[in-house]
Design a protein around this ligand. Structure first.
Ligand SMILES: NC(=O)c1ccc[n+]([C@@H]2O[C@H](COP(=O)([O-])OP(=O)(O)OC[C@H]3O[C@@H](n4cnc5c(N)ncnc54)[C@H](O)[C@@H]3O)[C@@H](O)[C@H]2O)c1
Length: 302
């Protein structure tokens, strides 16, 4: 797995370890945003390398993988360095495809809901890309080259997953790019009023990391290549989020509304889950109330 020291990767690799105790797991990560502390209890191998430079053939000479989860990416969407975002995200992926192609090793990789840009209704996989930042652009190019590779070989299974707004354990290392649930709960647990953009009616498809793990595991079993949304399927407002956090934390803090400094902002995200439900049998299990409660228990075990 690439990006296994990061938020989603560490949750996924630890779940894989639990589910398949005999599996030989290898994480590749260069720690540019990840943190070794996310891998407490991990019993597998770790290769500290940058995917843009990694010589896969030399590193893994003769080794055969059942499959590769590719989660590594620059994940700070506010990094506007067009060369760095596109080069590192796309070229890292291209090298992986070059390595996996000859053996048709299956790949599940992380794309993003950011590829849809601004939406006002549920996004469908076929509805065309409209990236509004260069991070999203890099994910669109990854989807394009994955589609091209899959189109050239029906035997090779390549599954892209467009994650929506993921939250959950092991995301603190991300700092500013960590989820809203993380930031608001941090403020509220310190007794401060949660700060949200005016007027809190923006809606996002918040999805708990355990549902994302489930989706990744199902994608690993896919019979066909494809690109699918992975969210919970319901947009929830920032105001609702504050209410849910208040209930979970036993607080009664009113939001403090602040100006939104971002020129391009996704005021609405929602995953249409029709394709992923039918092709991968994905069934999200954590509505926001349940995911937040589980996350708060993890942050503050009783
Ligand atoms: N968290 C979300 O809400 C969300 C939403 C949409 C898509 N995604 C995608 O999911 C994946 C995982 O994101 P995350 O939230 O866990 O972020 P993260 O920053 O915690 O994890 C990314 C990991 O990749 C590693 N990495 C980055 N570039 C690398 C490179 N060139 N070589 C080796 N390692 C490298 C980082 O060190 C880090 O450990 C990413 O591809 C991201 O774009 C996340």
């Amino acid at each position: 797995m690439t990006g296994g020291a990061g938020f989603i990767g560490s949750n996924l690799v630890l779940s894989l370890q639990e589910k398949y105790p005999d599996a030989r797991l290898t994480v590749i990560d260069d720690f540019r945003s990840g943190d070794f502390k996310n891998l407490a209890g991990y019993t597998g191998d770790f290769v500290a390398e940058d995917l843009v430079r990694l010589d896969w053939e030399r590193q893994f000479r003769g080794e055969k993988f059942d499959g590769i989860f590719h989660l590594a990416s620059i994940t700070d969407t506010t990094l506007h360095d067009q060369f760095a975002q596109t080069h590192d995200n796309v070229e890292g992926f291209r090298r992986l495809l070059q390595f996996a192609g000859p053996t048709k090793t299956r790949i599940v990789y992380a794309s993003s809901a950011a590829t849809y840009g601004n939406a006002s209704a549920a996004s469908r996989e076929g509805s065309g890309a409209a990236p509004s930042n260069v991070y999203a652009f890099s994910k669109v190019i990854m989807d394009n080259i994955a589609r091209r590779a899959a189109g050239a070989s029906s035997e090779w299974k390549l599954v892209g997953l467009r994650f929506f707004n993921v939250y959950g354990p092991r995301e603190a290392h991300k700092g500013v790019p960590a989820s809203m649930v993380y930031h608001l709960s941090k403020q509220m647990r310190a007794g401060q009023r949660p700060r949200i953009f005016k007027h809190g009616e923006q809606k996002r498809d918040f999805v708990y990391v355990q549902d994302i793990v489930q989706g990744c595991l199902r994608a690993f079993e896919a019979e066909e290549s494809g690109i699918y949304n992975l969210g919970f399927g319901q947009p929830r407002s920032f105001n609702e989020m504050v209410q849910i956090l208040n209930r979970s934390l036993g607080t009664n803090l009113e939001p403090e509304y602040i100006e939104n400094p971002h020129a391009h902002y996704q005021n609405f995200t929602q995953a249409d889950l029709m394709a992923v439900r039918s092709a991968l049998h994905y069934q999200p299990e954590y509505p926001l109330e349940k995911g937040v409660a589980d996350y708060m228990r993890w942050l503050d075990p009783a």
